[in-house]
Design a protein around this ligand. Structure first.
Ligand code: NDP
Length: 279
């Protein structure tokens, strides 16, 4: 029987994951199917239980179920536990469900492999403290960033993240604050992990935050540059990027966990970008 995988979300029609995993499977000649599953907002558990009981081997989990998936998993990777979110589930021995979080690895791979950035010693500003931000803090610290500042509309949530990740790597200096606390500082990398771009909004960041040569990264992706990317360009960021590469890289990491085969991400990213811009 063909091995079965899926992505759970609500809504789910917009998801590019079935296409990405379909291309990975084709490229690596793996016999698998990967389907989108619309789970009821208030009952992720029943949908996930049914999927695994009917033979499903692994699943991705997207908005709004990453916390439900954390609770659903019998066993968690340390990075998923610290992130407080699961985006990848895998059926293990004796039917145990293993939960992991590949979002952060996906971001770091996109930054380093696709965009050619070295993170070692860099001054990084992470804007936002929601699910996506939580998932990327640990991999950024482990990649050796020099300073990581987390700023959020609700600054207490940024403070909480600092408490969780404090002491993970001694060489990285961690701090948190509100928008005003950013005045007068410069960063080599500014990551927008807020959902503001979804509604064409911008987090109210002060002027002058981009250091010479800085990269502005928006986790959101779209056919056109996002509001954050346009603002960053006006503000003098040397390079701007959206989160399509992160999406493909987190998928590749999940695929690797499930199949122990690492797909080439560049051709898939190029194909997806072409599809996104050409419609
Ligand atoms: P959450 O709802 O968990 O968090 C939203 C965050 O955005 C919070 O920090 C919230 O602040 C902040 N925020 C929302 N609106 C505004 C605003 N108008 N101004 C300033 N801050 C705002 O969302 P996620 O973390 O799951 O997702 C965030 C983004 O990341 C989305 O655009 C999503 O599409 C993208 N993403 C991309 C991925 C990829 O692979 N490329 C993977 C995962 C996410 P507060 O705490 O004050 O409410």
């Amino acid at each position: 029987m063909t091995d079965q995988y899926a992505v759970f979300g609500n809504p789910i029609n917009h998801s590019k994951s079935p296409q990405i995993h379909g291309w990975f499977a084709e490229q690596t000649q793996q016999d698998l199917s990967y389907l989108p599953i619309l789970a009821p907002e208030d009952d992720f558990q029943s949908s996930a239980e049914r999927f695994f009981a009917e033979g499903g081997l692994g699943a991705n989990v997207t908005v709004p179920f990453k916390l439900d998936a954390l609770v659903f998993a019998d066993q968690l990777s340390p990075r998923a536990r610290r992130a407080g979110a699961v985006n990848t589930l895998q059926k293990g021995k004796q039917g145990m469900i293993y939960g992991d979080n590949t979002d952060g690895v996906g971001l770091v791979r996109d930054l380093t492999n696709n965009l050619g950035l070295s993170l070692q010693g860099k001054r990084v500003l992470l804007v936002g403290a929601g699910g996506a931000a939580r998932g990327v803090v640990e991999p950024l610290i482990k990649a050796g960033v020099g300073r990581l500042k987390i700023a959020n509309r609700t600054p207490e949530k940024a403070q909480q993240l600092i408490k969780i990740f404090h002491g993970l790597q001694q060489d990285s200096e961690l701090s948190a604050g509100n928008w005003r606390s950013l005045e007068g500082s410069q960063y080599d990398l500014v990551i927008n992990a807020t959902s503001a771009s979804l509604s064409g909004d911008l987090p109210p960041l002060p002027q002058g935050i981009f250091a010479p040569g800085a990269l502005a990264y928006d986790m959101m992706y779209a056919a056109e540059p996002t509001s954050f990317m346009r603002w960053a360009q006006q503000e003098g960021a040397e390079q701007v990027a959206d989160g399509l590469g992160m999406l493909v890289e987190q998928a590749a990491e999940a695929f690797f966990l499930w199949r122990e085969v690492r797909p080439a991400t560049q051709p898939v990213l190029q194909r997806l970008r072409h599809q996104l811009t050409e419609g």
